[in-house]
Design a protein around this ligand. Structure first.
Ligand SMILES: Cc1ncc(COP(=O)(O)O)c(C=O)c1O
Length: 302
């Protein structure tokens, strides 16, 4: 049996026991970083978040992440209570307090805040948002290609819970992940409402066929920042890239497959529903795109 792996697995780092966490602007040790049981994020998943990475003293693609967060806040009608610049200053304050420079993962969380009663109505949150900034030393440690399993859980329509809202509530994705693990895989491959291959429970999904890169149309998945960077890189480097509908037949028959996300950048996929891709090795185009992305990060975070 292959050892258990997840797409967000990092090396152990003893320094993480002592990191300072920002809770509404107050820096506290991680074991004292708590929110109220009446917090709308805890109670109902009513909040939004971003995952970012620090390289060489710079947050990669910071403005894209902050813009996505603020767009989510408008959709939720949630007042963050500070400007984009003020929020960036809070992030920097936390980074400086932790003396962090590189290989750091950030989780920025904004919820509708503490409720006056334990019920759903958003108007019960009257004391302003809860803003939490968690930073950890983090080097991805994914020792082998990911195994995916398709699951019955679908990516929904924009008028149910729009998959483009990076909400605290991720139950659809969590149920998908549980189903994939029960099937002996690491992560779930999720289909859209028409049965086309869409995304995984925590990352965006790409295949390679005959030298061309395919990903979903983008209609039912998270508008991943890494996904967009990979599409842009392909265009810039004359690698054929298609955002299109494709089925499981074309996926099982792919030459290569990989996942994208801020944490793992490009994570190779080695099997899907028990079908082994590229003899269980990481394909050459996946490696090339990974290298191009590394160069992009180096340039962006100089
Ligand atoms: C469901 C899902 N897909 C994809 C991603 C990757 O997005 P990004 O590349 O912006 O990190 C995330 C990360 O938040 C996600 O939650």
């Amino acid at each position: 049996m292959a050892e258990d792996v997840s797409t967000h697995q990092a090396q152990e780092d003893a320094r993480n026991a002592n990191v300072l966490i920002s809770v509404n602007g107050k820096l506290v040790p991680r074991d004292q970083a708590v929110v109220s049981v009446f917090d709308s994020g805890f109670m109902l998943g009513d909040g939004i978040w971003e995952g970012m990475r620090l390289y060489n003293g710079h947050w990669s693609f910071l403005s894209e992440h902050i813009n996505r967060l603020f767009e989510g806040a408008v959709a939720l009608d949630l007042d963050i209570g500070m400007s984009k610049q003020q929020l960036i200053e809070e992030i920097e304050k936390t980074r400086e307090a932790n003396q962090m420079h590189s290989d750091v993962h950030l989780r920025l969380m904004v919820t509708r805040g503490v409720k006056s009663k334990p019920f759903q109505h958003p108007a019960l949150s009257q004391s302003g948002p809860t803003i939490v900034i968690v930073m950890e030393h983090s080097k991805p440690k994914i020792n082998r290609g990911i195994r995916l399993a398709t699951v019955p859980h679908m990516r929904g329509l924009p008028m149910t819970q729009d998959p483009k809202i990076n909400s605290h509530s991720k139950l659809n994705c969590i149920l998908a992940c549980i189903a994939a693990e029960k099937a002996g895989a690491d992560e779930a491959l999720m289909l859209d409402i028409n049965g086309f291959v869409n995304t995984t429970n925590a990352c965006n999904f790409f295949i390679v066929r005959q030298g061309a890169v395919w990903t979903s149309t983008g209609d039912y998945c998270m508008n991943g920042i890494t996904r967009q960077k990979v599409i842009d890189l392909c265009r810039l480097n004359d690698i054929p890239i298609f955002e299109k509908n494709f089925s499981l037949v074309e996926t099982y028959g792919a030459d290569e497959a990989f996942l994208t996300g801020t944490f793992g950048a490009q994570t190779p996929v080695h099997s899907i529903d028990g079908r082994v891709l590229a003899d269980g090795k990481t394909g050459s185009l996946t490696l090339r795109i990974r290298e191009l992305y590394k160069q992009l990060i180096d340039e962006a975070c100089r």
